[in-house]
Design a protein around this ligand. Sequence first.
Ligand SMILES: [Zn+2]
Length: 269
Amino acid sequence: MKDSTQHKFHPVGRCIYCGATGVNLTNEHIIAEGLGGVALLPKATCDTCKDITSKIETVCLRGPLGNIRLGAEVKRKKKNKPRQLINYKIFVQNPDGSEREVDLSKLSKDELPTYFYYPLPVNPPAILTGLPVDEQIEMRSRHFHKDTQARLLALGHKGYIEAAYDERPYLSMLGKIALGFVVAQYGLDAFIPLVQDLALGREEEPLRYIGRCYEGEEGYSDAMHEYMFELIDEHFIAVRLRLFGTYGLPTYKIVVGIFKNPDLFDDQG
Ligand SMILES: [Zn+2]
């Protein structure tokens, strides 16, 4: 897998999501800065699409990945802003047996119990298997800190976390990242994109293009975020994408498009 820290790419000159030209185009962080992403695709998104993809990322950063980001204090731009978490609550029991919600904004980063919450499709992308798109997806969680359980206990008796997330924004974000890496490597003209709707949160069947990668690395990786390209059946350009491999999160396979000229494929690229 390639470490995601390469960050110099050619300007695209077109919106990679809607194809717009002749409009204001801005630089696109392939992986959100809030997740520690550094790869930058110059002149790659129009204002309308940037607005949509940014909102999707914000949901992920304040929701499924919000508490880990706060726990790690990954690049918080406005350090004095109060923590905003979506659907993440901690409850503990008082000595008299009643329950109270913990005020998370008062906890330091060394006190906050932190988890990753992520959706994991059961199957590879349906477009590769030829099977109908099913809805089989698991919501999983994983400790961010080794002492997460101890942190939770420190907050009070019988502490528990309530977290509920919709899987779609996370899947859209993965589609957006995969599209960005393929464009960065091969250019927008090298393939017919299939995941623009996914990246914009409009795809009705995300699991047609995104699924679990069973050839993915096991255990823990050295790079925080990593990826590699795959040409499947001399036809599909796909990305194996692993975010937070350092914490043992899984690898996804995302079919980004139809590759026009297989001879140009270079997995070392
Ligand atoms: Zn656009």
